[in-house]
Design a protein around this ligand. Structure first.
Ligand code: PHE
Length: 341
């Protein structure tokens, strides 16, 4: 049977030499080395031999199998290379074609404006403080000087959860309390970026979810002048050196006095147009001196400490800056919109 094995080896090697293409290769493989191949079958017959002949046969069989495997690999490689060379020759593969461009992702406009705002304020010494999206009525309203049934709550239409007293924050201001309670009695300079939620009709001007960036500074002898200086420098960096601005009196329960900051309308330069509703001005944020009640709720003695706070909506600012006329684009996931930034 050893001779039969060697004859088979000889035959298989010759047959492999004659193989010329991929199909021939796989046919050869199943004929000799496959599960039902001739070599495999013969190796199985080792049991028919007398005991003393089995080891020699087994050894030789393994050698033959390994040699044929190796020869098969070498032949496959040669044939594949020849096939590729032939295809290139025939022009089936044009190696001079430019590569296919990979589509490139980019940052969402909200993320971009958020990063721009955060970069300006962190350069000015504010640290980013993260606060939760799911809040309690206590933090979102009560500790911010709005007891239950306070009429000012109407400014924030609220998503309540089925858990009593638990809601989605309507603004980032509850983060002020969290920051103060963490740091009191030390001075604070933080910004709080994050998503806010309001139970509102979705229109071109209002969404049910949007970002805000809150700012808070608490310390000794912090004055309205510090607030103005900070916000003016901020607006200069975001909207340019020469963009006129103004502060208007306003009201928020958690600041006293309260203001709103406007910049001159970017579209009409103050002439009056539909975007600025013919006022020539665009509101960019609310701000004010932290109310004594809020300072006390945060753990600071209002006779010793004072502070300022501000809050703005990055989507709104992006709309003003880039002339976007509908806030619904931000979460509409329309690539034609998103790819413009
Ligand atoms: N939280 C206010 C709003 O959502 C904005 C604000 C923040 C006003 C801080 C004053 C101070 O409208």
């Amino acid at each position: 049977m050893l001779e039969a094995l060697d004859r088979l080896y000889e035959e298989a090697r010759n047959a492999l030499e004659a193989v010329a293409d991929s199909e021939g290769l796989s046919a050869w493989y199943s004929r000799y080395l496959g599960r039902k191949g001739a070599v495999t079958q013969m190796v199985r017959r080792v049991g028919e031999l007398p005991k003393e002949e089995r080891p020699a046969f087994g050894r030789r069989a393994n050698e033959v199998k390994a040699a044929l495997e190796a020869a098969f690999q070498a032949r496959s490689r040669a044939i594949k290379e020849a096939e590729i060379a032939r295809e290139v020759e025939a022009g089936a593969i044009d190696v001079t074609l430019p590569g296919r461009p990979l589509p490139r992702g980019r940052l969402h406009p909200s993320t971009r404006i958020l990063r721009e705002i955060v970069a300006i304020l962190t350069r000015m010494g504010f640290q980013v403080y993260r606060s939760r999206d799911v809040e309690t009525d206590e933090y979102n309203f009560q500790l911010l000087n709005m007891p239950p049934h306070h009429p000012a709550r109407d400014m924030w239409d609220t998503f309540y959860t089925t858990e009593p007293g638990v809601l989605l924050r309507t603004h980032t201001s509850p983060g002020q309390i969290h920051a103060m309670r963490e740091y009191a009695p030390h001075p604070i300079r933080v910004i709080l970026p994050g998503m806010c939620y309001r139970y509102e009709q979705i229109t071109a001007r209002s969404e049910i979810q949007f970002n805000q960036v809150e700012g808070l500074a608490v310390g000794r002898r912090i004055t309205m002048t510090d607030l103005k200086g900070t916000l003016v420098e901020f607006a200069r960096q975001l909207f340019g050196e020469d963009r006129p601005y103004r502060f208007r009196c306003s009201h928020f329960p958690f600041t006293e006095p309260s203001v709103e900051m406007d910049i001159q309308c970017i579209l009409c330069g103050g002439e009056g147009c539909p975007v600025c509703k013919h006022t020539g001005w665009l509101e960019i944020m609310g701000a004010g001196m932290v109310h004594p009640v809020v300072l006390r709720n945060g753990g600071y003695d209002p006779n010793v400490y004072s502070g300022f706070a501000f809050g703005m909506g990055p989507e709104r600012i992006a709309m003003l800056k880039y002339g976007i006329n509908d806030i619904r684009y931000f979460w509409g996931n329309d690539l034609r919109f998103l790819e413009q930034f």
